[in-house]
Design a protein around this ligand. Structure first.
Ligand SMILES: Nc1ncnc2c1ncn2[C@@H]1O[C@H](COP(=O)(O)OP(=O)(O)O)[C@@H](O)[C@H]1O
Ligand SMILES: [Mg+2]
Length: 239
């Protein structure tokens, strides 16, 4: 069998001595776009912090493109191409749009490419091109989210993980962001998206995983996307 893009085997982790991930397993094939849904507080962000090396894995393993990255340093994991755009506002508010974007290209390979990459980010998000010299604290929530995703792209991801990119955005901005994410996927960047609103994912993801209580509880694949009934079943269990 060929290598998975990402293979998570029975991963356990948590905070202090409090467990959050109870043996989560998932296999993500090259090229598929995975949507992760599930109730609040059930370990989605904790999973990505563990994959990124920000939290230690207590047991289990993570393989990325055939290499074991379990408990490697966050910078080594970023350099391997696994890039996680965390939930919430993580920009430097007093730096400009462009300065924040440069920081996303800190690794050696991406740094060499950064002038080319930033132009790609600006063509994807024309609003950012107009505001490249503006301090991030003065941006709207949607624009900040674009910068955060742009920072992820500056690192030249082989797999881009977006953790609730639409949190707090208006419906109109959500649509705009969805188009931009579709363009990112269309440009060949494999993506995992965490999202509270399954409808947002319908046109983006090719497979859906439901995370609850720190484990994958169900999955749906297929072209038809998520129908309402299926979502209800996933959240509330089968009749
Ligand atoms: N920094 C933290 N310190 C301690 N507990 C945390 C921390 N972040 C999250 N948790 C707890 O871990 C659990 C899972 O949270 P999280 O992974 O953020 O869920 P989700 O992303 O699915 O909403 C929750 O019970 C939450 O309270
Ligand atoms: Mg979360």
């Amino acid at each position: 069998m060929s290598d998975a893009a990402l293979e998570i085997r029975s991963l356990h982790s948590g905070y202090g001595r409090v467990p959050v991930l109870h043996g989560i397993s998932a296999r993500i094939e090259p090229g598929e776009t995975v949507g992760l849904i599930g109730p609040n507080g059930h370990g989605k962000s904790t999973l990505f912090r563990t994959l990124s090396g920000l939290l230690p894995a207590w047991s289990g393993s993570v393989h990325f493109l055939g290499r074991d990255i379990t408990n490697k340093s966050p910078s080594a994991i970023v350099e391997s191409g696994l890039i996680h755009v965390p939930q919430g506002n993580t920009l430097f508010p007093d730096l400009t749009v462009q300065e924040n974007l440069w920081l996303g290209a800190f690794a050696k390979g991406p740094r060499a490419e950064r002038r080319k990459t930033i132009e790609r980010v600006f063509s994807l998000f024309p609003r950012l091109a107009e505001r490249r010299g503006q301090r991030c604290r003065t941006l709207s929530g949607g624009e900040r989210q674009m910068v955060a995703i742009g920072c992820g792209l500056m690192g030249l991801p082989k797999l881009l993980i977006l953790d609730e990119p639409t949190l707090g955005l208006s419906p109109k901005l959500k649509m705009e962001l969805r188009d931009a994410i579709a363009a990112i996927i269309g440009s060949g960047v494999q993506t995992i998206i965490v999202e509270q609103d399954p409808e947002f994912l319908q046109t983006l993801a090719t497979r859906f995983l439901l995370v609850s209580e720190g484990a994958v509880h169900a999955e749906i694949s297929g072209a038809g996307g998520l129908e309402h009934q299926r979502i209800v079943e996933m959240y509330f269990g089968h009749a």
